[in-house]
Ligand binder design. Sequence first.
Ligand SMILES: [Zn+2]
Length: 221
Amino acid sequence: MSIPADLIDKKDALIATAKRCFDLRLQTNAGGNLSVRLDAIDAIVIKPSGIGFNECTRDNLQVVHLDGTIEDSPFKPSKDLGFHLDLYRIRDDIRAVVHCHSPWATGYASAGLEIPCLTVQTIEKIGRMPLIALSPMGGPQTDREISPVFQDPKIVAAVLANHGTIGVGATLMKAQYLAEIIEETAHIAYVRDTLMAAHGKSTADLPQFGTNTEEKAALGV
Ligand SMILES: [Zn+2]
């Protein structure tokens, strides 16, 4: 393979995003994975298995073609390589994927609860973050469970039961922002639900609200 023109830039962007995700404690140890699509060829750069978000370097990141061919590498491919590749195959607008095991969001997912989009920002930027069940045999989610949810072009974020989160976007930073918003929203939801339970309130007591666009439409402006 001749070196794609944007390879070094994309590797550096991935390294910076992984460090940010680690610094925010959204992903510790060697779990989670993130990837970015190359513009020059039909391939992605992805973190391999067994390398932490804080240990990504130009030398350990892997290049994998969308047909599944892995460029020569001494590292094991990520267990989640299959769902990353399929997300890029099914949606042209997906140029980057951040998958992490951030604790507040994964706590919700492990309780079988969908994280509510309860702030104005999440309604505007995400709309809904579906909870994706484990595989039918109880194993980790694969493209069989994940891709059907992302077939809907409006879906940019999802949460995996007993596993973690997925944010997708046009750039690594956009996908990373979603990883941060998912986690922040789970934390806010936990505080809200704990306080409401302590004060004997239910969600029926809360105001309903929508997006700016919906408000303008309702006002006819
Ligand atoms: Zn994972």
